[in-house]
Design a binder for this molecule. Structure first.
Ligand SMILES: Nc1ncnc2c1ncn2[C@@H]1O[C@H](COP(=O)(O)OP(=O)(O)OP(=O)(O)O)[C@@H](O)[C@H]1O
Ligand SMILES: [Mg+2]
Length: 509
């Protein structure tokens, strides 16, 4: 069927002088990049640099505006993902969209069920299940093929996607930022799968914003900046500092722990005995003016649920929440926002922003209510000024202020979310995964901004699954395990090892 997996050395995919233009905007320009069998090639670059666009071209989702793709030194044209699959190329998307009610085996065979040799090709289910199970086993993954897909974790969904690639005989597998929604344990498992495939001669490509991961897993690293390839280096010649500098086009300092604390002893938000059974219980803490308090824990520990209950998004079964002098336990979310508490949720597509709306409208939507109360209306010039300030302050990469958010890269969308909430000048900000999918340069800027906001008196609660992030910015950390606070760390106790141990020690008992 396909020539690409007939010999083990096949599977060299090359982008030659690839250019991609959307309207008048050039997103990729003259990019040369070669993916080689038996190697993991990582593309790094700031938000909006063009990484996902390059992967989409390599996997048949987009046609290039100019340039060519070569597979094993022969030119190919990919008009669709299906055409790419037939050539042995498979893209594992960041959060795979699985068919809700289908079993794992059904999901894996969508569009290509094995049939018995009858006229109308009756589906041979036992054979399909056996093949699905074999593909999963080849990855060392233990997932029941009769399981309903929608109940799988994101990590498992990615594993199923890898198995789908194998089932389709694909030898070239591209992973677009697979690790950002994963826990460190899940990342380790994914990397084990990727290494296994690499060692069997597969061609792998990877995107990540986490430099530790990149340095750990890559055989080759290519750096994209503003749509151009600025460097390609191979293992042995990597150096974190120079890679970072090439990404951002200037010298980068490597992140340090927050030097000075601006925490005061003045309580702003106080949570007593908060519960929402069966998710969490007995949660008590006080957040002070100028303080940055972190919630650490495994994904699913209940941190987001706690934040949602504090903000009045979900009902509480017990407890009391006080903001300044006001009891907000039973207040509605809109009242809570008016009292000065904002919540920037982790899933920006769910309730952080409206993707089809423009940058301007997204930034100013959180202000509308307040401004309306004060002045009666929000002038169009005011809107543009506020949105323009946000775009500049957070270095949002966009071609124009009325650009729909859906056209921005993931990281740039995150910056708009952040700007949207901060423009309301709150007393307390709850930031859930504030830098998910944000590049290193922009992360630094967001950390500095969080620091400045705290210095200005803002009380900040941060939820993050990135240990480095919590260790770097927090004055104090509470560890959450299975819906309860199990430890509190301050000052010199805040190291990645100690924070990790504070909840993991509970996981092993
Ligand atoms: N369909 C589109 N129409 C217009 N512009 C687009 C479209 N898709 C992407 N872009 C623009 O192309 C640029 C590159 O986007 P891309 O998604 O490739 O970035 P990225 O490097 O993957 O960034 P991130 O790290 O944030 O995921 C961005 O400026 C984005 O706004
Ligand atoms: Mg991307």
């Amino acid at each position: 069927m396909t020539a690409s997996h007939s010999s083990p050395a096949a599977g060299r995919l090359e982008a030659i002088e690839i250019t991609k233009q959307f309207g008048s905007v050039k997103v990729l320009e003259g990019v040369n990049c070669a993916l080689t069998p038996g190697r993991i090639h990582t593309i790094i670059g700031e938000n909006g640099a063009g990484k996902s666009t390059l992967f989409k071209i390599l996997s048949g989702l987009y046609l290039p505006s100019d340039g060519a793709l070569h597979l094993d030194d022969k030119p190919i044209v990919l008009g669709s993902p299906r055409a790419a699959h037939q050539r042995g190329i498979y893209l594992v998307p960041q959060e795979p969209a699985l068919m809700a009610e289908l079993s794992v085996a059904e999901t894996m065979f969508v569009g290509q069920l094995p049939t018995k040799g009858t006229l109308f090709g009756r589906v041979d289910w036992p054979a399909a299940k056996r093949e699905a199970a074999r593909a999963l086993a080849a990855l060392g993954v233990d997932i029941d093929v009769d399981h309903i897909s929608k109940d799988l974790s994101i990590a498992q969904q990615q594993q199923v996607e890898c198995a789908k690639a194998l089932l389709r005989g694909c030898r070239i597998i591209l992973f677009d930022e697979p690790t950002s929604p994963l826990t460190s344990h899940e990342v380790a498992r994914l990397f084990a799968i990727m290494r296994r495939l690499r060692d069997e001669g597969y061609t792998l490509a990877f995107i990540s914003h986490r430099m530790d991961e990149v340095l750990d897993i890559s055989d080759d690293i290519s750096v994209l900046r503003d749509g151009r390839l600025v460097d390609s280096v191979t293992r042995g010649n990597f150096d974190r500092k120079s890679l970072l500098s090439k990404m951002v086009g200037r010298e980068m300092s490597i992140g340090l722990r927050r030097g000075r604390s601006t925490a005061t002893t003045e309580p702003v938000l106080s949570v007593e005995g908060l519960a929402r059974e069966p998710r969490f219980r007995g949660v008590s803490f006080t957040l002070h003016k100028g303080e940055i308090l972190g919630l650490a824990g495994l994904i699913g520990a209940g941190r987001t649920e706690i934040a949602e209950a504090v903000c009045g998004l979900t009902p509480k079964t017990a407890g009391k929440v006080t903001l300044g002098a006001d009891d907000i336990t039973h207040a509605r979310t809109s009242q809570i926002i008016r009292h000065g508490l904002v919540y920037a949720p982790e899933d920006r597509a769910r309730h952080g922003v409206v993707l089809p709306m423009s940058i301007t409208h997204n930034v100013t939507s959180s202000l509308l209510e307040r401004v309306k109360q004060r002045f009666g209306f929000l002038d169009r010039n005011d809107e543009r000024r506020i949105a323009g300030d946000t775009v500049r302050q957070y270095r949002v990469r966009s071609s124009r202020l009325d650009q729909p958010l859906s056209e921005l890269s993931g990281g740039n969308q995150q910056k708009v979310v952040f700007g949207k909430w901060m423009s309301t000048s709150p007393l307390v900000a709850i930031l859930d995964e504030p830098t998910r999918g944000v590049d290193v340069g922009a992360k630094d800027e967001i950390y500095e901004l969080i620091d400045e906001l705290a210095a200005g008196g803002l009380a900040i609660l941060v939820i993050s699954s990135e240990m480095e992030e919590l260790v770097r910015i927090c004055d104090r950390i509470l560890s959450v395990y299975e819906g309860q606070i199990v430890a509190e760390l301050t000052g010199d106790e805040i190291t990645p090892d100690r924070v990790g141990a504070s909840y993991l020690s509970h996981a092993h008992v």
